[in-house]
Every structure is written in C-alpha cells, then in structure tokens.
Design a protein around this ligand. Structure first.
Ligand code: SF4
Length: 205
C-alpha cells in the first residue's frame, strides 16, 4: 500500500478498505465496515468501531447503540441519509465468551491506540472526500482519532474543538448510554447526546 492514498473516488477507497491488513483486526472480524450516507454531507458522525451487528451486516450504527443514535437523530432533525456515518476503526474487535449453555457470544473490546492510529488512514480518506462542515465525535476513541488528544471526553463533550482537518464536536457514544448502570445517569447522557445532535444540526444548517 502506498504512503499516501491515491484513490480517485470514495467508492474506490471503500473497495480498497475491504482488503485492508494495516492492523490485525481484520483477522477475526467478518468484514470491513465502511461509512455510509451522503457523500455531500455537511455533518459527519464518527463512532468507535463496528459492534456485533454492524460486523455481520457490514453497516455502521445498526445495532442497539445505533438504535439509540437513530432515535436522537430523528428528534434532532438529522436524517441519516443526509449525514455521513462511520467509525474511527473499521473492523470489530472482540473476545469470544462461552455462555452457561455452551453457546458463544462475541464481546466488544476497546481498540488500542496503534489500531486507532492504523485505521486513521481510512478516516482521513473519508474526511478528504466528504469535507464536512462539522464532524461529531461520539466517545473517546473517535475523539482521539479526530483531535489527537488523549483526555477523556467528560469535560470536553458539548464543545467544538478546532483541528487541522476541521471542527469537531464531542459527545457520548450511544453505547455508553446502554452501559451506564444508573438510570438517572443514563437519562442525563441521553439528553446530552440529544442536545449535542441539536447543536450539530444548528451548526451545519
Ligand atoms: S481496523 Fe482499520 S486499519 Fe485495521 S485492518 Fe481494519 S480497516 Fe485496516
């Protein structure tokens, strides 16, 4: 693979990404999950990595976390087809757990920094083709991939950070809302995600 990407179209890059071996995550995942939506989008939404359902279907944000995001996007007036939706890391990272009944479950694992850095190659290509007015980073992995800053997002969410490749608004990843054990905290995070999506809609209007 060359040092600099030289793809004529977004579709050509997407096809090349299907054969990526830049890190080891391709070894066990089903497929590369490329972004989808409008190539003319003014807003790009970036999550962490595909989950179990995304890995099987080959589409971003179609699992339980995607349902939470879809509901919030609808309430914020952001149609999915007008946004470019993708992930910082394009292969599913997981461990396999044997259940009490002897079945298998794939459990999400956080991608590590070298994996995020390796996959930044593809995220950068998506950014160059889409050229969004604003990018919404959902969760710490996307925030790191888009800003290069390693601090967590607790104090950063809801704010826009300027980077060499454009403006980045930070928010919670919807999977965080699923994981929070406390109902009140989950409701607060859900409301904040909605606020951030509404702000994104205003900023790209
Ligand atoms: S996670 Fe990204 S960099 Fe790693 S193999 Fe998959 S597409 Fe390539």
């Amino acid at each position: 693979m060359p040092d600099q990407p030289d793809y004529a179209t977004l579709e050509e890059a997407a096809e090349a990404a299907q054969h990526c071996t830049r890190c080891d995550l391709y070894c066990h995942a089903t497929q590369t999950v490329w972004g989808e939506g409008s190539p003319d989008a003014r807003l790009m939404i970036v999550g962490e990595q595909p989950g179990d359902q995304e890995d099987l279907q080959g589409r971003p944000f179609v699992g339980p976390a995607g349902d939470i995001l879809a509901e919030a996007m609808e309430r914020a007036g952001l149609p999915r087809e007008k946004v470019w939706m993708t992930n910082a890391v394009k292969h599913f990272k997981f461990t396999v757990k044997t259940t009490a009944r002897g079945g298998k479950r794939r459990l999400h694992q956080n991608p590590d920094r070298p994996e995020i850095d390796a996959c930044h190659w593809w995220l950068g290509i998506e950014q160059r083709f889409i050229q969004p007015k604003l990018t919404l980073a959902l969760g710490g992995t996307a925030a790191y991939a888009l800003t290069g800053r390693k601090e967590g997002i607790t104090k950063r969410r809801g704010k826009v950070e300027e980077t060499e490749t454009g403006s980045v608004l930070l928010s919670w990843h919807p999977s965080y809302i699923l994981r929070v054990p406390n109902r009140g905290a989950a409701d607060r995070a859900r409301a904040q995600l909605l606020d951030d999506l509404k702000l994104a809609a205003e900023l790209v209007a």
